[in-house]
Design a binder for this molecule. Structure first.
Ligand SMILES: *[C@@H]1O[C@H](CO)[C@@H](O)[C@H](O)[C@H]1NC(C)=O
Length: 481
C-alpha cells in the first residue's frame, strides 16, 4: 500500500478479506474470463464449430488472471482506451486457440453487467451468514437476561420497567426483518444474460443464421452454466439499474437497525448499565485515563450513516437512465455498490464482536430501578390499602403529599428517593407496612417480558435461523483498530 495515495479505509482498514476479494480487480477480470468461457461453451454446444475443444480447454486453464496479465491489460487499455477490449486481447494472447472467438457476438455489458450481478450475489452470500450469527449471539444474550428487570425509557425519561433481554428482542426483531430482506434480495438477483448491444440479441440472431430458438437456448444455457435460475427476460444494453435499488435497499435499511442498536448501547454505556466489550490494554482517552468509550458502537453509527445514504445513489442512477443506456451510471456504481457491501460487512463484523461480549452491570441496573420504582409502585400501594379497607381518595391524597416531599429530596437536595421510608414512618400506612417489600419487587413490574422473550426466541428466531443452522459459529471476530 502506498503512503502517498488515498486508499479507502473501507478496504484498507476494516473490511474482511473475502469481501474485499469479491470487488477486487483480480476477481473482476477472472469473472469476465469465466463469462467468456461459458459463452464459448454454450455457443459450441449450439453448433458454432469455429469454437474448438482446444480453445475451450485453453480458456479453462487460464481462468485466474495473473498479476502479469493484469499489468499487460492495463498497458493495452492505455492504448485502446477500452477495458473490456484490452482484456479480450490479453486473454487471447494467453489462449491463442481462442483468440479469434473470445467475446463472439457479445457486447461489453455481457461481461461487465453479468459479472456485477455475480458479485452482488456473492457479496450477499458473505453478509447473510454474518447477519445470522449476530442474531444468534444476541438471542443468547436475550435468553440469559430475559428476567432481569431494567428501567424502560420513553422520551429518554424513566418509564415502566422492562427486562434487559426483552429490550434485546427489539433489536433482534429488526435484524430478522433485515435477514428476510437480504435473502429475498439475494434470491431475486438474476443474470443479464446474452442480449447484445441494445438488448435485441441481433448479433446472436446473425450468428445463428436467424435461428431464434438457438438464441433463446444460448441465453438460457449461459445462465445455467453460471449457476443462476433467472435471466432477465428483457434488457437494454445494461440490466435495469432498478435492480441496484433492490439490491442496496435492504442494506440501507439494515444500516438503520445497526445505528439504532448501537445508539441504544452507547446510551446504556453512559448509564453504566451495559457496555460493549473492553480489552484490558485498551486506552479510552489519552488524557482521561479512567475513560471507557463505546468506540465500536460509535464506529457502527458512523458507518451506518454512510450506508444508509448509498440507497440514494441507486435511486438517482436508475432514475436518470436514458433509453437503452447512458454511461453516467458507470463511475458512481463503481463506488456505491462495493462501498455498500464493504460497509455492511464491516458493520456486521463489528456487531458480531460487540454482541459476543456485552457486559451487564446488574447492580447499577438495580440501583436505578430503586430510584424510580417507589413512584411506579404508588398505584399498587393504593390498591393494597383499599383492600385493607381504606378509601381510595384518602390514600391517593396521602401518597401525593409524600411523593412531592420525596421528589423534592431527589431534585432539590440531590438525595435518594425516600418515598418508601416516608410511607414506613407514616402511621396511616401501617396496614401494609409488612407488604411493602413484596409490593416493590421489581420482577412484578415487568409484565410478560420474560414470557415474550421465551416465545419470540422459541418461535420466530428459531424458525428464521433454521435454514442457516450450519453457518452458526462461535468464532471470535478480531477487529482492526
Ligand atoms: C473483538 O475484537 C477485539 C479486537 O480485535 C478482540 O481482541 C476480541 O477478541 C474480539 N472479541 C470477540 C468476542 O470476537
Amino acid at each position: 500500500m502506498s503512503n502517498d495515495k488515498y486508499a479507502t479505509p473501507l478496504s484498507s482498514r476494516y473490511a474482511s478479506e473475502e469481501m474485499s476479494h469479491v470487488f477486487s480487480l483480480r476477481n473482476r477480470f477472472s469473472t469476465w474470463r469465466k463469462l467468456w468461457l461459458n459463452l464459448a461453451i454454450a455457443e459450441r454446444e449450439l453448433g458454432l464449430d469455429v469454437i474448438t475443444e482446444e480453445a475451450i480447454e485453453q480458456m479453462k486453464q487460464h481462468l485466474q488472471i495473473t498479476d502479469e496479465e493484469i499489468k499487460l491489460a492495463s498497458i493495452e487499455e492505455a492504448k485502446v482506451r477500452h477495458d473490456v477490449m484490452a482484456h479480450v486481447h490479453t486473454f487471447g494472447d494467453t489462449c491463442p486457440s481462442a483468440s479469434g472467438i473470445i467475446h463472439l457476438g457479445a457486447t461489453s455489458c455481457f461481461v461487465t453487467d453479468n459479472a456485477d450481478l455475480i458479485f452482488l450475489r456473492d457479496a450477499y452470500d458473505i453478509v447473510i451468514p454474518k447477519l445470522v450469527n449476530v442474531i444468534d449471539r444476541l438471542s443468547k444474550f436475550a435468553e440469559e437476561y430475559k428476567d432481569l428487570p431494567v428501567l424502560g425509557w420513553t422520551h429518554f425519561q424513566p418509564a415502566q420497567l422492562t427486562t434487559v433481554g426483552k429490550r434485546a428482542t427489539l433489536w433482534i426483531q429488526e435484524l430478522l426483518w433485515d435477514l428476510r430482506n437480504f435473502v429475498r434480495a439475494r434470491n431475486d438477483i438474476g443474470l443479464r444474460g446474452v442480449k447484445g448491444t441494445t438488448g435485441t440479441q441481433a448479433s446472436f440472431l446473425a450468428l445463428f443464421h436467424g435461428d431464434h430458438d438457438k438464441v433463446e437456448a444460448l441465453d438460457k444455457r449461459v445462465t445455467e452454466l453460471l449457476g443462476f435460475d433467472t435471466v432477465y427476460p428483457v434488457t437494454g444494453q445494461t440490466y435495469s439499474r432498478k435492480i441496484d435499488i433492490d439490491v442496496l435497499s435492504p442494506l440501507s435499511s439494515f444500516a438503520a437497525t445497526a445505528h439504532k442498536m448501537a445508539t441504544d448501547i452507547r446510551l446504556l454505556a453512559n448509564l453504566k448499565e451495559i457496555e460493549e466489550p473492553f480489552e484490558k490494554s485498551q486506552i479510552g482517552s489519552s488524557a482521561m485515563a479512567y475513560k471507557r468509550n463505546p468506540m465500536r458502537c460509535e464506529r457502527v453509527c458512523s458507518l451506518a450513516r454512510h450506508l444508509g445514504s448509498l440507497y440514494n445513489d441507486a435511486v438517482q442512477t436508475a432514475s436518470v437512465q436514458w433509453f437503452e443506456r447512458t454511461l453516467d451510471d458507470s463511475a458512481i456504481r463503481r463506488i456505491s455498490l462495493p462501498s455498500a457491501f464493504l460497509t455492511t460487512d464491516i458493520l456486521l463484523s463489528t456487531l458480531l464482536n460487540i454482541t459476543s461480549g456485552l457486559v451487564v452491570y446488574p447492580k447499577v441496573i438495580e440501583r436505578r430501578i430503586k430510584g424510580e420504582l417507589p413512584f411506579m409502585a404508588t398505584e399498587n400501594i393504593i390498591m393494597a390499602m383499599v383492600e385493607k379497607g381504606a378509601s381510595r381518595q384518602d390514600v391517593h391524597e396521602e401518597i401525593r403529599v409524600l411523593s412531592h416531599q420525596a421528589a423534592a429530596v431527589v431534585k432539590q437536595e440531590g438525595g435518594d428517593n425516600d418515598l418508601i421510608e416516608r410511607i414506613k414512618k407514616t402511621e396511616f400506612f401501617a396496614p401494609i407496612h409488612s407488604e411493602l417489600d413484596s409490593l416493590l419487587d421489581p420482577s412484578t413490574f415487568v409484565g410478560r417480558a420474560p414470557q415474550q422473550v421465551e416465545k419470540f426466541l422459541a418461535n420466530d428466531v428459531k424458525k428464521a435461523l433454521e435454514p442457516f443452522k450450519d453457518s452458526i459459529t462461535s468464532e471470535e471476530v478480531k477487529l482492526s483498530v
